[in-house]
Design a protein around this ligand. Structure first.
Ligand SMILES: Cc1cc2nc3c(=O)[nH]c(=O)nc-3n(C[C@H](O)[C@H](O)[C@H](O)COP(=O)(O)OP(=O)(O)OC[C@H]3O[C@@H](n4cnc5c(N)ncnc54)[C@H](O)[C@@H]3O)c2cc1C
Length: 296
């Protein structure tokens, strides 16, 4: 039987209370949200916190999807199921529903949170790739106040983020830019499993129907999931056609660093990175055109 090491447990009553507890308890304290990443690691003794600060009572404070000006803001305690079901989010960012449909299973989605998924910083985490693709920014809070960091700075590498010891991720902010849409696709070995490879794409067209901007974020093919700036540079000004998307696919395959493991060979994962990049860009384009023609 796998059992975590003995520990103390505190239930935070607000974000301010959670930060106070983290400050008081010191470096051996860890936040627990849905627990779907932390508890398995504790059972395997890969994580051995002396104190857990449970933030589940903060769902009222930090569980939301709301539009504020030209941003959609999502609280860190928003659960996978809520992201899946949110029409407000789907209107601008269908990529979330694409991703949430293939993340784990209902028990994990009922409990796991956006904040936990991002702070876990597993390079195979689907929402990390989604938020990178969308050029999200993250609000991190400590006892002195909030700071806002872009995803590129938030994610520092596998299992490492910009969130410090007595700090919390509070909110994720997604910029709404006109003329765009987005999509996500994943290949897994069985339904709801972790990705062999996955790709997210966001595309914006100008008034002539050419590509104004494009971003691609990959999952499970190496430590770097950033928006692949070479793809953005190569696509700007092009027609959104198969030729352009082929170029993007080739760049995606070249820029990732997959390893051969039980999920597949490095060569197969590179092939998937190219193919999923092509497909998600095409889906994003089709969604833009469908909206312009009043079909969506
Ligand atoms: C069976 C199974 C299948 C899965 N399949 C997938 C999959 O297909 N794709 C996928 O992407 N993921 C998958 N996951 C992972 C899961 O979706 C997320 O990792 C999980 O939901 C993380 O969220 P959580 O709220 O459970 O985080 P927790 O486990 O509670 O926390 C994870 C880490 O984040 C920290 N943390 C949590 N919230 C905050 C906060 N607000 N501020 C600062 N630090 C915080 C914790 O201290 C901990 O270090 C799977 C998990 C399981 C158990």
């Amino acid at each position: 039987m796998q059992v975590p090491a003995p520990l103390e447990y505190e239930r935070a009553t607000s974000a301010a209370d959670a930060i106070r507890l983290l400050e008081r308890l010191g470096g051996e304290a860890r936040i627990i949200a849905g627990g779907h990443s932390l508890l398995p690691m504790m059972k395997l003794r890969l994580a051995n916190p002396e104190y857990l600060v449970d933030i589940n009572d903060l769902h009222g404070e930090l569980g939301y999807v709301r539009r504020v000006g030209q941003q959609v803001r999502i609280g860190a305690m928003t659960r996978h199921r809520e992201l899946l079901e949110s029409d407000e989010l789907h209107e601008h960012f269908p990529i979330f529903r694409d991703a949430e449909r293939v993340i784990a299973d209902p028990p994990v989605r009922n409990r796991g949170t956006l904040g936990g998924a991002l702070c876990q910083a597993d390079p195979a985490e689907d929402l990390l790739s989604v938020c990178t693709t969308l050029n999200a920014s993250c609000v991190i809070r400590d006892s002195r106040g909030d700071r806002v960091v872009p995803m590129e700075q938030f994610y520092r590498g596998p299992y490492e983020t910009a969130v410090g010891q007595a700090e919390m991720l509070i909110e994720v902010r997604l910029p709404i830019r006109p003329g765009g849409s987005n999509a996500y696709a994943k290949v897994d070995l069985r339904s709801g499993a972790w990705a062999v490879t996955a790709a997210g794409a966001a595309l914006w067209l100008d008034r002539h129907g050419r590509i104004a901007d494009a971003r691609v974020g990959l999952a499970a093919v190496g430590p770097s999931t950033t928006g692949i700036p070479e793809i953005s540079a190569a696509l700007r000004g092009s027609e959104p056609d198969a030729g352009a998307f082929d170029i993007a696919g080739r760049i995606a395959a070249e820029s990732c660093q997959p390893v051969t493991d039980s999920r597949g060979s490095a060569a197969y994962k590179r092939h998937l990175a190219a193919e999923l990049t092509r497909r998600t860009l095409a889906t994003a384009r089709d969604r833009i055109l469908a909206r312009a023609e009043g079909r969506a």
